[in-house]
Design a protein. Structure first.
Length: 290
């Protein structure tokens, strides 16, 4: 489950990014006092899990396992095999761990396959997709969240810069991951989900569907009855951001009772990412990647 709605009102637009620090550092980029890089220690991962707890549980009402609730950390077994992308604000006084304001969890295919598969496979049937693209490398985006005071264009842009640079650094061909609508009643999002079904659903070699036993029909409103402007305004901002990048949406939604969300699968081949974002971040992320 990825809470893509959390950076409300954010669009991923061009912003002035300062040059990347000298080669040899692990920083992907900086804007003002904000910086994006991978977590460097178990303490930083623990702090990212605390940020996730504050957002998913305290703000959105997720019900985690008892140990996670006791520790006030959102964690699972995937944390041990993922890389954790961070956004830090160095203007915050205190330890580095206190400066973490946003995070994404990144999982490369070679790592996932060595440890039992991807997180999203618990909701979506990924096997046919991966089999059709046996020569490509996928990466999974998950557990994205940003603290309320940092749900701004700059923070989201840095997270995407980190994802982009990471994907290029590791030779990834496509990204995917769950994106979430609030609540467990898909009918509450009938307009937005139907718009995605009619206009952005995966096709042909990129086809992927929700698991049959979890499948929720997204086709609830006929195409001719949909007002596109209204449908887009009803979507979580980062779902719209994914669409601007050229993303497609899997067939069928899934209700995640534990996280109190309705999930769709985002599929984003690197080759189709919108040209203006490639121009901004750089075709090889050379301005930003370490």
């Amino acid at each position: 489950m990825t809470v893509e709605l959390l950076t409300r009102g954010v669009a991923i637009e061009t912003n002035q990014l300062v040059p990347q620090p000298p080669a040899g550092t692990d920083v992907f980029g900086r804007i003002g006092t904000l910086e994006t890089r991978l977590a460097r220690s178990s303490r930083e991962i623990d702090a990212a899990q605390a940020v996730r707890y504050r957002v998913f549980v305290e703000e959105m009402g997720a019900q985690l396992p008892a140990e996670a609730m006791r520790r006030q950390r959102d964690f699972d077994a995937f944390d041990d095999i993922c890389d954790h992308l961070l956004v830090l604000d160095h203007a915050i006084e205190g330890d580095i761990e206190d400066q973490i304001v946003g995070t994404y969890r990144l999982l490369r295919q070679e790592v996932a396959m060595a440890h039992g598969g991807f997180y999203s496979s618990s909701e979506f049937d990924l096997a046919p997709l991966l089999a059709r693209h046996s020569g490509k490398q996928f990466m999974e985006l998950g557990r994205s969240c940003v603290l309320p005071d940092y749900r701004t264009k700059r923070t989201v842009e840095l997270l995407w810069l980190g994802n982009w640079a990471y994907a290029l650094k590791h030779g990834m061909d496509a990204m995917f991951g769950c994106a979430s609508f609030p609540g467990i009643d898909p009918q509450e999002h009938a307009l937005a989900l139907s718009f995605l079904h009619h206009n952005s659903q995966v096709k042909d070699e990129w086809m992927v569907s929700a698991l049959p036993e979890l499948y929720k029909n997204m086709n609830m409103v006929p195409a001719e009855e949909i007002n596109p402007r209204q449908a887009l305004s009803a979507m979580p901002p980062l779902v719209k951001g994914y669409l601007r990048l050229g993303a497609m949406i899997g067939d069928g939604a899934v209700v995640d009772q534990a996280f109190n969300t309705t999930d769709v699968l985002i599929v984003l081949p690197i080759a189709v990412i919108s040209g203006r974002y490639i121009n901004h971040f750089g075709a090889d992320a050379g301005r930003f990647a370490s």
